[in-house]
Design a protein around this ligand. Structure first.
Ligand code: NI
Ligand code: MN
Length: 227
């Protein structure tokens, strides 16, 4: 599976056949190196509806017919905006696709869309191409991050916010890496705007020196192949 970082919390996963786009905040993202027109996903997954995650979802979905998966209240807003293929799980729910499955898991964060739709932020467990990727979404550190590994879902790669201010910072994120137990950690949600500037290299050193995971720091536009 190829994992491409697109800036902030946006990632594109592909196995060469199926393409999954997560939190496609591209327009207005000062770090983005692609625009919405550069992406034709089969599926779009949303952690929550803040503008730096929701992003270009509606435009991309309408142009491509991509299925959009989001928590139920957010899914209803997307349907109301004319997105045709919407899947609306709630926390704890697993949605099966022909390429794998997606499970919504808790994240500790507020969430309302710019149009005023209140909902609950989530993390995404994505089983795809023989791997499990855990996108933590926007979250503070909380001890139930342990539950996913304890329940038996082996996480190959975790996508972890480290920027602080709106999410956990790079210090709390080290503990989150311990809790999640992934082989590979990819930091996100930092350096896009001044309040979330941080030292990703220091985060990498702290996680690796503790032996928690291998950390892959990606510049927007870069691709990491998960083997
Ligand atoms: Ni947020
Ligand atoms: Mn955010």
């Amino acid at each position: 599976m190829d994992i491409r970082f697109l800036g902030q919390s946006a990632f594109e996963l592909t196995d060469g056949t199926t393409t999954i786009l997560i939190d496609p905040f591209l327009s207005g993202n000062p770090k983005a190196v692609t625009g919405p027109e550069d992406h034709s996903p089969d599926v779009i997954l949303l952690t929550h509806g803040h503008a730096d995650h929701y992003g270009d979802t509606v435009d991309i979905a309408k142009r491509t017919g991509a299925t959009v998966l989001a928590i139920v209240e957010l899914a209803q807003e997307l349907s109301g905006k004319g997105v045709e293929n919407v899947v609306d799980p709630n926390l704890g729910g697993t949605v099966q696709f022909d390429w794998g499955w997606v499970k919504l898991v808790p994240a500790w964060h507020t969430a309302v869309t710019q149009d005023g739709t209140p909902h609950v932020a989530a993390g995404l467990l994505v089983s795809f191409a023989g791997k499990v990727v855990y996108h933590l979404g926007d979250t503070a550190l909380f001890s139930d991050l342990k539950l996913i590994a304890e329940r038996g879902d082996r996480i190959d790669a975790a996508i972890v916010p480290i920027g602080g201010h709106y999410t956990m910072d790079r210090y709390d994120a080290v503990t989150a890496c311990h809790f999640v137990g992934a082989d590979t950690v990819i930091p996100c949600h930092y350096d896009t705007f001044p309040p979330i500037e941080t030292d990703a290299q220091a985060f990498k050193s702290d996680v690796q020196n503790a032996g928690y995971a291998e950390v892959v720091i990606m510049a927007p536009g870069e691709t990491h192949t998960l083997r």
